[in-house]
Design a protein around this ligand. Structure first.
Ligand SMILES: Cc1ncc(COP(=O)(O)O)c(C=O)c1O
Length: 442
């Protein structure tokens, strides 16, 4: 018996022994094409020599120095690199070890900001249903996925949830995409007014919704309207780019493609590409200045914030993305992946929607295309699909509860940026086999 407290205590897992470009290899020498980057993490694949060397060098020189005693060259350099490329107004970076910690820091920064500027009554948080922001209690409370929240509900802070921007299921007959954006921005504003605008602290959203919706982009104009609503009511905008950021959608920050900036932006996953655990909260000048000229101290911290080796890995990853022109490649490969998904699935009777941006693509399964009725959740199609894909040597990221946390199934794809065209065919072909097998045996 394993003494590891695994994610599932009833399932056994193959033993991963080696990474080779976009493949993971298990102890039986089986190869798995990593079409989901684990969970949208491994954007440079699994054996990048430059990143491995950067980690070796940093560990050899200085593995770790606690940030209450020291800063480090590598942490300073990574912060400079990110700020130089971040959306307007962002001017500093708070480094953490993952996405949930980045969200926790963002929530606390938002709260402390209002204390510093003399608006201590601002404490309400608004987020969206069907979002995922992490599993620590603050992040879980922020997320809007019913299934993940349910059993922990008594432990969660009170957060309002408004509708996601999910055109496939929300656009009404005769409603344009633009009109949907107007309607949803109106819903956010109504919630702010219901809570009393002077009491609302922040609105949190993923620019492209990953784990819980399967690469759902917002309709054009939605985020500009959201930004405007927040500004009019003095509410901070927190964009969670933990999954969709760091080049995944074809621009370093997903917000760039929405034409907006945020007061706080969270990143993780692709930041260190899995070579080290690292996340960060990017902070706007406005918030930093308020804290600098107020208490001068952010009342937060963890042992491993700003970990030197993690920063070295992230800096090497980000330099590799830039110097190798990988953002352009994400756009090109993303088109290629979409074409292949359309080729295999556009006419498929049980695929209702194919969506996404860059190398962040999702397909939604339906029992009936016309009515968009989902499969019975009791079938647990998403779990079966994951197994069927693994049996084909393909890692993808299927999830259930797409519609409301209970019903609906989708598959998320987030492969490495280093693929060659033949890998795109391998992904689409293996995925088609996995979908066909799963539906046949359901
Ligand atoms: C959008 C988003 N935010 C936050 C998180 C939490 O990140 P982590 O699992 O690194 O804590 C995730 C993880 O999937 C995510 O997708």
């Amino acid at each position: 018996m394993s003494h590891v407290f695994h994610r599932s205590l009833t399932q056994s897992y193959p033993i991963a022994v080696k990474g080779e470009g976009p493949y993971l290899i298990d102890a039986n020498q089986r190869r798995y094409l990593d079409a989901s980057g684990g969970a949208a993490v491994s954007c440079l694949g699994h054996s990048d020599p430059d990143v491995i060397e950067a980690v070796r060098r940093q560990v050899g020189q200085l593995a770790y120095a606690h940030t209450s005693f020291f800063t480090t060259q590598v942490m300073e350099e990574l912060a400079d690199f990110l700020v130089a490329r971040a959306p307007a107004g962002i001017d500093s970076v708070y480094f953490v070890s993952g996405g949930s910690e980045a969200i926790e820091a963002a929530l606390k920064l938002a709260r402390q900001y209002f204390i510093e500027i003399g608006q201590p009554q601002r404490k309400h948080l608004i987020a969206r249903r069907q979002s995922y922001h992490g599993n620590t209690l603050g992040a879980l409370a922020t997320g809007g996925n019913e299934w993940r929240r349910r059993q922990f509900e008594p432990l969660l802070i009170d957060v309002s949830h408004v509708s996601p921007c999910y055109a496939y299921r929300q656009q009404q007959d005769g409603e344009s995409a633009e009109a949907l954006g107007v309607r949803l921005a109106g819903e956010l504003e109504a919630e702010i007014l219901r809570l009393g605008a002077e009491n609302v602290m922040a609105f949190v959203a993923e620019p492209v919704v990953g784990a819980t919706l399967g690469a759902v982009t917002a309709v054009p104009g939605y985020f500009k309207r959201i930004r405007d609503v927040c500004d009019r009511h003095g509410v901070l905008l927190i964009l969670d780019e933990v999954m969709c950021g760091m080049g995944r959608t074809g621009s370093l920050f997903a917000a760039e493609q929405e034409g907006i900036t945020a007061d706080l932006i969270t990143i993780a996953k692709g930041l260190g590409a899995g070579y080290q655990p690292i996340g960060a909260t990017l902070v706007s000048r406005k918030i930093r200045d308020a804290i600098t000229s107020g208490s001068g101290f952010f009342q937060h911290g963890h042992t491993y914030i700003g970990h030197a080796t993690a920063c070295a890995a992230a800096l090497a990853v980000q330099k590799a993305i830039e110097s190798r022109g990988l953002l352009a490649q994400v756009n090109r490969l993303g088109e290629g992946l979409r074409e292949r998904l359309l080729d295999r699935f556009a006419e498929h009777p049980h695929i209702g929607d194919i969506r996404g941006r860059g190398l962040f693509q999702g397909i939604e399964l339906v029992a009936d295309r016309n009515s968009k009725a989902p499969f019975d959740p009791a079938l647990k199609l998403h779990a079966k699909l994951k197994q069927a894909a693994m049996a084909e040597g393909l890692m993808c990221y299927p999830m259930g509860g797409t519609i409301d946390g209970q019903r609906g199934d989708h598959i998320l794809l987030a492969p490495p940026f280093i693929l060659e065209d033949h890998h795109l065919d391998e992904i689409a072909d293996k995925l088609l086999v996995a979908v066909t097998t799963t539906l046949k045996n359901r």
